[in-house]
Design a protein around this ligand. Sequence first.
Ligand code: ATP
Length: 539
Amino acid sequence: MADPKENVQMEKIVSLCKRRGFIFQSSEIYGGINGFWDYGPLGAELKRNVKELWWHAMTRQREDVVGLEATIIMSPAIWKASGHVDTFSDPMIDCKTCKGRFRADQTDEIPCPQKPSKCVNDCHGEKTAPRAFNLMFQTFVGPVQDDSAIAYLRPETAQAIFAQFKNVLETSRQKVPFGIAQTGKAFRNEVTPRNYTFRSREFEQMELEFFIKPDEAVEAIHGSVASVPTTGHPGEPQSNWGWQAWHQYWVEERVRFYEGIGLNRTTLAFHRQTPEELAHYARACVDILFKFPFSKRDEQGELKGEELEGIAARSDFDLSQHARFSGKPMGVFDDELRAAWGKLPKEKSDDLWRRYYDNRKRYLEKSGVAPEAAAKQATEDANGLAKGQYVPHVIEPSAGVDRLILALIANAYSETSKTDEKGKTETNVVLRFHPRVAPIKVGVLPLLKNKPELVAKALAVRDLLRPWMNVYYDDGGSIGRRYARQDEAGTPFCVTIDFDSLGEKPELLNTVTIRHRDDGRQERVAISDLVNWLLPQIR
Ligand code: ATP
């Protein structure tokens, strides 16, 4: 269980989120609905910023990634091919005494419905054997509600990327290696939603499928596959990279992204999946974890962290499945490979042919193809490789928006206390968001609201900044109160318009005070320089 002290921390965070309009329970006026959350005014801005930063980093700032925006409901055949219809399930158990329903792998953490303050192990009720419970939400397409009309709300955004791979490839002028990125809603009927928004039933994902050549193709072209150190960023992508270098690259790129929005490495932890944990087709998977206040602790007392994102090397499984199930080829033709293969010494080409054949045969057999048919298909595939054809492999960095929002809020949360001369202590919350994600970038405050000249200039400053960033104008209450309100919302800068701005000290005419949230520092900046002063800090 998480340390009680840290559950207090979670309670404070949850209460702040409600009080300041970051997160509300969905359908709250009707008693709520378990596992669904709404984002209020500040939360909506924070979420939008995060998704835009991700999109910017993953697509617009790169030559080799393009975007996609697919539908939530797709042909159910997609989920058959992906394996979700047959295997996307959690082990569920029922308690015969308290009638509670739990995930078999998490019974130590689930409250007993009869005695909510106790955990299920205190209930001591007899439990049923675990049963597989499919996590996909079902619906019907069209007016007739029979089996032929069943469709699913997507449980991940990734599959649309695979299904549209060929269309994107043909229209985007990209060549392998390249990626397709998508953000959007995903739905999972989690048995036990928990830890606030961490495990929800409706959530948002930010996923990249980065398609690469199989190692055999890289080796045929370059003589060998580049070896990379297993830690640290491997640097700019190179054409002789195999899946390991690309995987390492994306893990490190994603960590850089998190660092760039205020989650430094010490707040993160990593879990490299063991061979037992890996799916049969996956070559490796590294989970990036954030140390949430509700995370468990290791033997040294360190928070272990919970998954924010998984970066998986998924081989050519996904495209191969869609090729088999749809009957549409998903392979690409690579001129460079065909030319290089023709020049290979026989020993080398035989070796590469055999390795590719073995990999394809293993995949086909694991996917249920009979050995003879698998051998025939693998032979065709390896012959195809020799002619420059292959099914791309994929590296998949898959992140959850909502978990990241919660991590950013937990990371930003801090309290400051001040004791006045009468000994009365006041504690204020400061959300120390990185300015890039902060929901409000700048608060614009006239020193007094009953001085029309101050108000007019402050409104002019607000209008000057508005086209560039989210601005909050506030003229209510003492300046100290207004600073405190912005601190609690995580606003990194406040701009105050005072009498000097109006020229009381002539040399300060048309200047304003900028107050920094984190250390209270103040500096004087000309109104005409404000946009240029602020922009580099918030982008
Ligand atoms: P977990 O093991 O925590 O259930 P997962 O490994 O099933 O997660 P993936 O299928 O890899 O998750 O999904 C990619 C990302 O989507 C996760 O890293 C997480 O950030 C997010 N995600 C998955 N399930 C949920 C959920 N129920 N609520 C919120 N975010 C989720």
